[in-house]
Structure formats: structure tokens, C-alpha cells
Design a protein around this ligand. Structure first.
Ligand code: UFG
Length: 322
């Protein structure tokens, strides 16, 4: 059985769904601070904080062979305001999880890392061997956790795969689960919120970046492509006795303006777009070089930006019609 921390959240619930559809047994551990119980539609569920001693009871109760660790705080802006919250939950609580895994001889671990560990990249597309220089506490908390995993693996009888996500987007095509953050800060759901009429306008945070249209470029990857990469990573841990780190992106960049135009095309709605000041800590361009995961795990992303936006729009319409 695979234990999924944060399986009631956005990426965790999509991965839980795919794992179950492929015949894996899962138990979701989530304290529901950011997640939704209604997103746990597959496998077992334990309402538990992964940083608490109660987690030991979960390991007692289930026959756990591996852990996929999504649970974390992930707002860059909040991490700048309250860094301790990020270091405690994302780093220190992960050490608790690793300690309990050792006690129960669970040796396979998949970690949700982030492109934020690179900070301002030296060159794009970004390869995994670039220097890690996070520029905010969120990225920093993930970076030191990657370091802790390296040490853990060096001790032996433990392997991990760290997946550095670029911009997760899109939703389940059946609309059983989707993206629901409170507060929402991500570009695509905010733009769709304007398309549906919940907000008057969309803000572009800066048009003076060093990019062709002056707005930031990001690598958007469909959440189901992220989910399938976790399954390939898990198979890798079962077959090979080693650890690894992979970027997880489409390898293609889109500017904020291009994303907004795509949302207008898909939704066939027009809405006001305002230019505002830069948001602190946004690098000009983040695009993954994803050749390592393609070559070593045989993983391929299936969905392009248009499909990402279409799936997000279906979900957005569903939650706004209830
Ligand atoms: N943006 C706007 N207006 C908005 C919201 C966002 O212009 O209303 C811009 C941002 O400035 C950025 C781009 O749209 O340039 C994407 O912003 P998101 O907030 O959707 O995503 P980020 O790139 O800031 O961050 C996401 C995750 C991080 C992760 C990072 C890795 O939230 O956790 O991708 O690339 F680390």
C-alpha cells in the first residue's frame, strides 16, 4: 500500500485517483487544513497531521510500502511573511515522517519539490544540475528537505525520487476533483474567475520583464501529467536501488499574456486585463529541461496548454454552478 500525504489536496488527489485506477492501494493522510475530504474518493483516508505522533498509528494500521509526500504549504508570498511556518511544516515535519518511515522499514519516498529551488536560473531551459539558490523561504524549505533526503539515502536502506514541479495546472477530465485554493493566487484559475464573471478584471504583474512580450514566462504542466510521473517514479524506486532528482515540466514556456489569450479563446469570454506592478520574487522565465525524466523514466507529458485550460474551465464551470 502507498501512503499519500496531502492526498486531499490538488496534486495529491489527482495522483491518488490515477494510482487507484492503475490498481495500487492507497491510504491518504491529510489534516484538511488545505485539503478537502470530498477529494478523497479513492483508497482509505486518515485525518492526521503528518508532523504529529499520530502518524505512527497509521503506519501500525496499514501495510505501507512507500510514501508519496505532497503535504506542504506552497504560497511563496506567505512564506516571505511567515517563514517559520514553512520551515516547520515543510522541513521539520518531513523529518518526523522520515523518522517514522525508518521505524517501520519503509524505504521508498517520492518528494514534491519545486522549480523554486533554482531561484533565478542561470540559464533556461533549466537542467537539474544547476546551482540551487532559492530566493524565498518556500523554495528554501524544499531545498533543505532535498538535502535531508540525500543524507537519509546515504545512510542506506532508503531511496527517494525528488520531483521538481514547474507550474501545475488543469484538472481531472471527469471533474470529480480539481484545483481549489483558498485564497487562490495562481494565474489560470484567477483568469477563469474573471471569465466566469466572479471578478472584474485580471492583473498582469509587470510587463517589463526580459521576455518577448514583457510578461513572465512559465512552464505549465497538466496535473494528470504530474500524476503519471509519480507512478513512473514509484516504479523506478521498486525496480532500481537508487535515488534521483527530476524536473517535471512540459519543456515549453508561455507568457502571462499568452495564457490570458488562451483562456479567452477557450472560454469565448472577454474581460478586463489590467497592468500592475511586479509581484516580488518572480523570475523572468522558468522553463524545465525535462529530458532527464523523459530519458530515464520514459515519461512523456500528454497535454498542451489548450487542453490544460479546457480542463480547468470545465472544473471552474462545475464549481461555480453549484
Ligand atoms: N500572475 C499574474 N497575475 C495574477 C497571478 C499571477 O500576472 O493574478 C503571474 C505571476 O506573476 C507569474 C505567473 O503569472 O509570472 C504565474 O504565477 P502563478 O502564481 O500561477 O505561479 P508561480 O510561477 O508564481 O508559482 C508556481 C507555484 C510555485 C512553484 C512555481 C514553479 O505556485 O509553488 O510555480 O514554477 F514553485
Amino acid at each position: 500500500m502507498i501512503l499519500i500525504t496531502g492526498g486531499a489536496g490538488y496534486i495529491g488527489s489527482h495522483t491518488n485517483k490515477l494510482l487507484n485506477s492503475e490498481g495500487y492501494e492507497t491510504v491518504v493522510v491529510d489534516n484538511l487544513v488545505k485539503g478537502y475530504e470530498s477529494f478523497v474518493k479513492w483508497g482509505s483516508f486518515e485525518n492526521c497531521d503528518f508532523g504529529s505522533s499520530k502518524l505512527r498509528d497509521v503506519f501500525e494500521k496499514y501495510d505501507i510500502e512507500g510514501v508519496i509526500h505532497f503535504a506542504a504549504f506552497s504560497s511563496v508570498a506567505e512564506s516571505v511573511e511567515i517563514p517559520q511556518k514553512y520551515f516547520k511544516n515543510n522541513y521539520k515535519n518531513t523529518l518526523n515522517l522520515l523518522k517514522i518511515m525508518r521505524e517501520f522499514n519503509v524505504d521508498k519516498f517520492i518528494f514534491s519539490s519545486t522549480a523554486s529551488v533554482y531561484g533565478i536560473p542561470e540559464k533556461v531551459p533549466i537542467t537539474e544540475d544547476q546551482l540551487l539558490k532559492p530566493i524565498n523561504p518556500y523554495g528554501h524549505s524544499k531545498w533543505i528537505t532535498e538535502k535531508a533526503l540525500e543524507r537519509e539515502a546515504e545512510k542506506g536502506d532508503f531511496n527517494y525520487v525528488s520531483l521538481r514541479y514547474f507550474n501545475a495546472a488543469g484538472c481531472d477530465f471527469d471533474c470529480e476533483i480539481g484545483e481549489l485554493h483558498d485564497p487562490e493566487t495562481h494565474l489560470i484559475p484567477l483568469v477563469l474567475d474573471a471569465a466566469i464573471g466572479n471578478r472584474e478584471s485580471v492583473s498582469i504583474f509587470g510587463t517589463d520583464y526580459n521576455t518577448p512580450d514583457g510578461t513572465c514566462i512559465r512552464d505549465y504542466i497538466h496535473v494528470n501529467d504530474l500524476a503519471s510521473a509519480h507512478i513512473e517514479a514509484y516504479k523506478y524506486l521498486c525496480e532500481e536501488n537508487k535515488s534521483n532528482v527530476f524536473n517535471l515540466g512540459n519543456g515549453e514556456g508561455y507568457s502571462v499574456r499568452e495564457v490570458i489569450d488562451m483562456c479567452k479563446k477557450v472560454t469565448e469570454k472577454d474581460f478586463k486585463v489590467e497592468i500592475t506592478d511586479r509581484r516580488e520574487g518572480d523570475p523572468d522565465i522558468l522553463i524545465a529541461d525535462s529530458s532527464k525524466i523523459r530519458n530515464e523514466l520514459g515519461w512523456q507529458p500528454e497535454y498542451d496548454l489548450e487542453t490544460i485550460v479546457k480542463s480547468a474551465w470545465m472544473w471552474h464551470q462545475k464549481i461555480n454552478s453549484i
